[in-house]
Design a protein around this ligand. Structure first.
Ligand code: HT7
Ligand code: ZN
Length: 877
């Protein structure tokens, strides 16, 4: 397969002035008629007939039935068709093109284009699915207005939806019916959508700030109506928030969400017709956990926010994907921070960045936020484009201030509404609105790799001064070396022994603020602060203001200040994690057991556990030890067994030392009130379940009874799952009984069955791989449903380091075989399973060989998709 390069971008030769589509929906033979009004978009001097370039229309897996230009059918000599599309000779600068194609939605297991999920027709067009529906210039810089007519059997498909407004509908002979939709906003083809099925509908409404009444509808399979309330509420809160924070109002009279069970990703922001993976919108206390509720809130908001950041202003080409995704993730993070605890949200986001993006940035598939080339664009919906992209936007807000950032956003929409633009256009709006120079900053878009920042400080008691030295290094990544220093904004304070911020007076300045943003631009920079009466504790990169790997040493005294009293809760958490990480890595070096966990850590954890002034959700995070994968990422050569032993040993030490306090917390956080998915109630459950986890690690067998009772008797899924997640790691009859009871209770709830599969896949018990293999044949499992694949195979490979990396390599071979098998069904989902094998260089020689062998197995399979080929071949380099 060929790579596509950003440098090769050329603007399209033709505009599509309007598009009318008519669908005759049949599961195995859907007819699609398209009418495109086309105009040459080159310079007027090219307008001699001979000079007009051919018109290229992308097409994939389509049966072409007819092509007409201005009403005249073309014969086969007047166009050229290959497996990727259709090329037409053009003789006039403006013409009407009519094309009829036939497609087979039922055979579409890739879930790109038009497919069927549980009897419902639905589409997924981002990034390049529209070309699997009809021939079209399927690129985001071709925007047009759509009119869509849908015809289908009325009994089987009573609901017929597309983008925009419903303008007409009616009945047809033979039990069929039709609807017609018009979307007044020009859009790229990736935002087109159709849904047709027998669906139930939950309705509500929203009045915008300027008084527009918007009908809100969530369409679901019959029986799921009772699971829409939280999604609907999240939608209304998102609509209000975007008005208040960014002055952005909704622009049509209706907004539809459809939940489907077969979906490659989380959700899709099609104009006014968002399609959701049912997992990302359906919730009730019996089937969804607090984490599910929080994720639904964030994803509903994310897709809604795309209406402006992505739809009204879209991407010029797919290299600019982060223009919409990084910005929209940033917006959904800010929304969730406002809806819940901002401090807790920031810690969660940083944990997920470190778990998903940092390893990507340090591995064989590392790429910049704005990649320079790709083979398959589906492979670039990555943590780098999304989450590091969001960090880049967050840093801009840090540099411009919230007000400046808002001015930049206003200018961006003023300049670019209705256009397809670039990341440079976004940065230009930010810079022009505020006068802030972002030229060096823009390296964040083009240079891959997580910068390392080293911080050292020296206090001079006699001079009452403190000299802070910062230095940065940007690691080499595939295809990039010798990088330039970045512009890194570091939020900063110096704390006195009581944790109070000290004045920050630089030698050249009069002012002495108590916090400031240090802008690191050079490879090394020194700052000298004056008039300081004590040796300060350095609180830097507060709130994780820049996505860097920070290296800083603390004395026991300054660590205690930062862990116990830093006003920046992120750094309070971070310092504790850093302390525990250091101790755990020491123990790993010693083979796992290491020494007794120091009193200093136990005391700090006790203080946090019992500190009622702090949010329970924060306390739960502060008491959670760094995960095994995070610890592995800190090591030159990963030792999965020693990491597991060391972490379990430390958990046991803490559990035994704090048993009384943990039991008191476990009881204190119980509630008899009915379940509510609020941040407060969720925080209490998180702390309660953290306590339960430690209690079961304390070595007292009766503590396991608490978990068994909780797994059976809780009135909500959060508590049930928390208990089961503990039980799944414990050999014995209770484990099997509880898991079996859980499956029997929920066997008809696909989203809960996914949780059950994931519990089995996560287990640290020795027979896990065999059980996972057995579950492939279970009635509940199918390779054709991406949620099932991710729950069983994805969780085993990416979430169970101990068993995936077992020394005989059987975990690797298992994954390779499944990827090859799945590639024939759904390449996009198959490719997303490869990453754990790509980490081979971090392991010992024997595992390296076995992991590479598994990658070779994949590469040697016949007819590999470009998706799997690209990531496997890159992973081997
Ligand atoms: N913009 C969407 C990205 C997407 C996608 C969604 C569902 C299935 C396949 C997909 N390919 C790309 C989702 C989002 O970021 O909002
Ligand atoms: Zn998105």
């Amino acid at each position: 397969p060929q790579a596509i390069h950003l440098d090769a971008y050329r603007k399209p030769d033709y505009r599509i002035e309007s598009l009318a589509l008519a669908f005759d929906l049949e599961p195995e033979a859907t007819r699609v008629k398209s009418r495109l009004q086309i105009a040459y978009d080159g310079s007027p001097s090219d307008l001699s007939e001979a000079a007009l370039p051919p018109l290229w229309l992308d097409g994939d897996d389509l049966k072409l039935l007819s092509v007409c230009v201005d009403g005249t059918p073309l014969d086969e000599t007047e166009y050229r068709q290959d497996a990727t599309g259709l090329s037409l000779d053009v003789t006039s600068p403006g013409f009407l093109l009519e094309i009829e194609t036939e497609i087979n939605p039922k055979a579409n297991t890739r879930l790109e284009g038009l497919y069927i999920s549980s009897g419902t027709f639905c589409t997924q067009c981002e990034a390049e699915g529209f070309r699997r529906i009809t021939f079209f210039p399927d690129r985001p810089d071709v925007m047009t207005v759509y009119e869509v007519t849908l015809r289908a059997d009325k009994a089987l498909y009573p609901v017929l939806l597309s983008n925009g407004n419903l303008v007409e509908s009616g009945d047809l002979p033979d039990g069929r019916h039709w609807t017609r939709w018009e979307d007044p906003f020009p859009k790229p083809s990736y935002l087109f959508a159709v849904v047709a099925g027998d669906l139930a509908c939950v309705e509500d409404s929203f009045t915008t700030a300027s008084g527009r009444e918007v009908a809100l509808r969530i369409f679901v399979e019959h029986g799921n109506e009772g699971r829409c309330a939280y999604g609907m509420d999240s939608l209304k809160r998102s609509m209000r928030w975007d008005e208040e924070r960014f002055g952005l109002e909704y622009d049509l009279d209706l907004f539809n969400i459809v939940a489907v069970s077969d979906f490659n990703m989380g959700a899709m922001e099609n104009k006014s017709l968002n399609v959701f993976n049912s997992k990302c919108v359906l919730a009730d206390p019996d089937t969804a956990t607090d984490a599910d509720y929080a994720s639904i809130e964030g994803i509903v908001a994310h897709e809604y926010f795309h209406n402006w950041t992505g739809n009204r202003v879209t991407c010029r080409d797919w290299f600019q994907l982060s223009l919409k995704e990084g910005l929209t993730v940033f917006r959904d993070q800010e929304f969730s921070a406002d809806m819940r605890s901002a401090a807790v949200k920031r810690i969660q986001d940083v944990r997920s960045l470190r778990a998903r993006q940092f390893p990507e940035d340090g591995g064989p598939t590392a790429h910049p936020v704005r990649p320079a080339s790709y083979i398959e664009i589906n492979n670039f919906y990555t943590a780098t484009v999304y989450d590091k992209g969001a960090e880049v936007i967050r840093m801009m807000q840090g540099l411009l201030g919230r007000e400046g950032f808002r001015k930049g956003m206003d200018l961006y929409f003023e300049r670019h509404d209705g256009q397809a633009v670039t990341c440079d256009d976004f940065a230009a709006a930010m810079s022009d609105a505020t006068g802030v120079d972002l030229n060096q900053f823009k390296l964040w878009y083009s240079q891959a790799g997580t910068p390392g920042v080293t911080v050292t400080g020296e206090y001079d008691a006699a001079a009452r001064s403190f000299e802070l030295t910062l230095s940065q290094t940007i690691p080499d990544t595939p295809g990039q070396s010798g990088k330039r220093p970045m512009h890194i904004p570091l939020d900063f304070a110096l704390l006195d022994p009581d944790g109070q911020p000290m004045p920050l007076k630089l030698a050249c300045e009069e002012a002495a603020p108590t916090s400031r943003v240090l802008e690191l631009r050079a490879a090394r920079q020194t700052f000298r602060f004056e008039n300081l009466d004590h040796e300060p504790a350095v609180s830097i990169n507060r709130g994780f203001s820049a996505p860097v790997n920070l290296s800083i040493e603390h004395t026991p005294a300054t660590r205690a200040v930062l862990m116990g009293r830093d006003g920046d809760s992120f750094n309070r958490w971070e310092t504790g994690q850093q302390y525990a990480t250091g101790l755990l890595l020491e123990a790993v070096e010693a083979g796992g057991e290491g020494r007794q966990t120091p009193e200093a850590l136990i005391d700090a954890l006790r203080e946090t556990l019992l500190d009622e002034a702090q949010d329970p959700a924060f306390r739960a995070l502060a008491l959670t030890l760094p995960g095994e994968a995070f610890l592995a990422d800190q090591m030159k050569t990963v030792d999965v067994d020693a990491i597991h032993i060391a972490r379990e040993k430390m958990r046991g030490d803490i559990a035994r030392a704090l048993r009384d306090e943990l039991l008191e917390t476990y009881r204190g956080m119980q509630s008899n009130a009915p379940f509510e998915p609020t941040a407060d109630a969720a925080g209490k459950r998180a702390l309660k379940n953290l306590a339960l986890g430690y209690l079961t690690a304390s070595g007292k067998a009766e503590m396991w009874d608490l978990a068994v009772v909780q797994s059976r008797n809780s009135d909500n899924m959060t508590d049930r799952m928390a208990a089961l997640a503990l039980l799944t790691d414990r050999q014995g009859p209770e484990r099997d009984d509880c898991l079996q009871a859980f499956y029997q209770r929920y066997r008809d709830e696909p989203l809960v069955v996914d949780k059950w599969l994931a519990l089995e896949a996560m287990s640290v018990l020795p027979g896990t791989l065999e059980r996972v293999k057995g579950l492939l044949k279970h009635e509940a499992f199918t390779l054709t449903n991406p949620n099932k694949v991710r729950a069983l195979i994805g969780v085993f490979a990416a979430g169970n380091p101990l068993r995936f990396h077992q020394a005989d390599g059987s975990g690797y071979q298992f994954l390779a075989d499944r990827i090859v098998e799945l590639d024939r069904i759904n390449p996009q989902t198959a490719a997303r399973l490869i990453a754990p094998l790509g980490r081979w260089s971090r392991f010992d020689g024997a595992r390296q060989a076995l992991m590479r062998q598994a990658l070779e197995t994949i590469l040697s399979a016949e007819n590999l998709s470009p998706d799997v080929y690209e990531l496997t071949s890159k992973s081997l380099t």
